[in-house]
Design a protein. Structure first.
Ligand SMILES: NC(=O)C1=CN([C@@H]2O[C@H](COP(=O)(O)OP(=O)(O)OC[C@H]3O[C@@H](n4cnc5c(N)ncnc54)[C@H](O)[C@@H]3O)[C@@H](O)[C@H]2O)C=CC1
Ligand SMILES: O=C(CO)COP(=O)(O)O
Length: 588
């Protein structure tokens, strides 16, 4: 995109190559966006001074139109009173007129109005136009969820970046320092133009090549903020809000859902202003939090619509409808149970809430350390599937009398077996990112603990040990050791939880296995004997745990007599031995 000055082309025709900006929206953030952009448009030679702002017309109590008041006083009396927007901001109630000359469009209205706005603008935008969306929210269409930037691109046929961040409008309006993130899809040059247009000494903007990640952060954090409000309304305290119940799990679900919807989303995006910073600021200072707090204080007796109208005077909440949209998306894809926080927020928003229900609502302890409870959810689904099934006699597959060669699900119909296999395949797919994350955390901890003992046995690159960690290691080795220990303990707890869930899942799966043949038992016995000491210890643990779960007495000494073990136990050992063999093969 070029920003040369106005001039004449080769044919002597006058053309205007300066950029013109229109802000589509004039709520509190829309008005602050106009102020930021207007101050820069005056300074940057490649922009026209005038910045148009489309206003959804309203009549004030004194009978004046909001647009007229903005143009007369240079203040948005309804949504940002007391703040001068800049004399070069021109309010315009006619949407088509407001955008017709613009080649840079800033969309900033509550997300529920965006579909209608795009439809009105379809075919009305001419020439090379770039857009940016400051809208936090998404649409759910028949085909699935659609981010607002995609809606703009699809409906209007224009490229669209996004700007999200820890940006409470009232604070930026009075020029308190804040950061924001511009997410872009392809052109860094265009992202830089937006950065230039929004940046001021009190508003620092960083471009990130991850449009979906940035937009999903801004969108999903509003659901987390609603949950934070519930916790505040119930006076559960800041520890609850920050830790297991809300912000920490909220961030994990934000990341997991973002990656589920767009696997290209980058983990690093969650550490930009649009990610963790926006979660924190909104969970402490936002409108979503405030209204959700009032909802909880009323014991769910007052509706969000009523409270929004009373408390926000025309401003709009985004979190309640986003929670519904997220719920629909998860429900449609059968993944509700993997996102206990998101789904519970929606259920509380639509139904009567009691303190007890809300207290029971936060995610189970299973998920508090391992993020979305993938394994626990699959365990339950497998258990449900198998319990529903009317068992067929073993050795029979459906209505044929042929002995089955299948191990898993041999006693159930082929239809149920296929469902079971599909569940297990999906479980593995969903588990991979979690395992990758665990591996990378474990590697970091190993590296850190070796560094703290000054004996790294693996090669260390500069990127792996950030400057501040190196500094801490040198300046305060004791604190460094403590931190390493704490994080190592966290990783071990998470691994332990994952292992327990996996064990329960395997126990369920093993109940569906056909009887093990004599030859298979012999093979298993042989394979167990060949295992190294560490793995034998694990075999003993599996047997002990299984005996304990089935109420059998056990002693510290474990002797393996496969003839005496039940079928479930035999297959559990078989799975373990097979996993050890695969791991060894991969390592060699
Ligand atoms: N206010 C804030 O602190 C921040 C807001 N945002 C996001 O910016 C977006 C816009 O929010 P705000 O500027 O805060 O708006 P707001 O909530 O302050 O005001 C509501 C706006 O909606 C307009 N409106 C009402 N009915 C309408 C209709 N039928 N059609 C079109 N417009 C209508 C009103 O005129 C007003 O401009 C939202 O997605 C929000 O999440 C993002 C960062 C900060
Ligand atoms: O998005 C926001 C801050 O970044 C504003 O959040 P609220 O709509 O909850 O005030």
């Amino acid at each position: 995109m070029s920003h040369a000055k106005s001039g004449e082309d080769a044919n002597g025709e006058c053309h205007d190559s300066k950029s013109r900006v229109t802000i589509v929206g004039s709520g509190s953030w829309g008005s602050v966006a106009a102020k930021l952009v207007a101050s820069n448009a005056l300074k940057l030679p490649s922009f026209h001074d005038e910045v148009r702002m489309w206003v959804f017309e309203e009549v004030l109590p004194n009978g004046e139109k909001l647009t007229d008041v903005i143009n007369k006083t240079n203040e948005n009396a309804n949504y940002l009173p007391g703040i001068k927007l800049g004399r070069n901001v021109v309010a315009d109630p006619d949407l088509e007129n407001a955008v017709k000359e613009a080649n840079m469009l800033v969309f900033v209205t509550p997300h529920q109005f965006m579909d209608g706005i795009c439809k009105k603008l379809k075919g009305k935008i001419k020439g090379e136009v770039e857009a940016i969306s400051l809208v936090k929210g998404m649409e759910v269409k028949k085909e699935g969820p659609c981010m607002i930037s995609s809606l703009i691109t699809k409906e209007l046929g224009i490229n669209c970046c996004v700007l999200m961040g820890a940006n409470i409008a009232n604070e930026i309006a009075v020029e308190k320092f804040s950061e924001a993130t511009v997410g872009y899809r392809e052109s860094r040059e265009i992202a830089d133009t937006w950065v230039q247009l929004f940046s001021t000494p009190y508003f620092m903007v960083t471009p990130v090549h991850d449009v979906e990640g940035v937009e999903l952060c801004g969108t999903l954090k509003n659901v987390v903020a609603i949950a934070a409000g519930f916790v505040d309304g119930l006076e559960m305290g800041n520890n609850t809000k920050a830790s297991a119940a809300i912000m920490r799990i909220g961030l994990r679900e934000m990341k997991a859902l973002s990656k589920l919807l767009f696997p290209s989303v980058k983990g690093s995006t969650f550490f930009e202003s649009c990610g963790v910073a926006d979660v924190i600021t909104t969970c402490f200072g936002g409108r979503n939090r405030r209204v959700a707090e009032a909802f909880a204080q009323s014991g769910g007796k007052r509706s969000f619509d009523e409270l929004e109208a009373e408390m926000l005077e025309g401003q709009k909440l985004q979190g309640v409808s986003t929670a519904r949209e997220v719920y629909e998306t998860l429900n449609h894809s059968g993944k509700l149970e993997m996102f206990p926080l998101f789904s519970t927020v929606h259920q509380i928003c639509i139904g009567p809430m009691t303190k007890r229900a809300a207290e029971e609502a936060p995610p189970s302890t299973d998920s508090s350390t391992t993020g979305p409870n993938f394994l626990g959810c699959y365990r339950d689904q497998v258990a449900e599937l198998l319990s529903q099934e009317e068992r067929l006699p073993h050795h029979e597959d459906g209505d044929t009398k042929k002995p089955s060669t299948e191990i898993i699900g041999a006693g159930i119909s082929s239809l149920k077996r296929e469902k079971l296999k599909a569940l297990l395949r999906q479980c593995v797919t969903d588990l991979i990112p979690g395992v990758d994350e665990m591996q990378s955390r474990a590697r970091s901890m190993l590296l850190m603990s070796q560094l703290s003992n000054k004996k790294p046995s693996i090669s260390v690159t500069n990127e792996e040990v950030e400057d501040d960690i190196q500094l801490l290691m040198k300046s305060d080795p004791r604190l460094f050791k403590e931190i390493v220990k704490k994080h190592t303990d966290d990783v071990l707890t998470s691994l332990n939880n994952m292992q327990q869930q996996a064990e329960k899942l395997l126990d369920n799966v093993a109940t569906s296995c056909r009887p093990m043949s004599r030859d298979e038992k012999r093979d298993l016995q042989r394979s167990i004997k060949e295992l190294p000491g560490g793995n034998l210890k694990r075999i003993a643990e599996i047997i002990k745990d299984h005996h304990a779960a089935s109420g059998k007495a056990f002693s510290d000494e474990v002797t393996v007599n496969l003839e005496e073990e039940d079928n479930v136990m035999l297959w559990r050992l078989h799975f373990y031995v097979a996993a050890v063999k695969s791991a060894r093969k991969l390592a060699s």
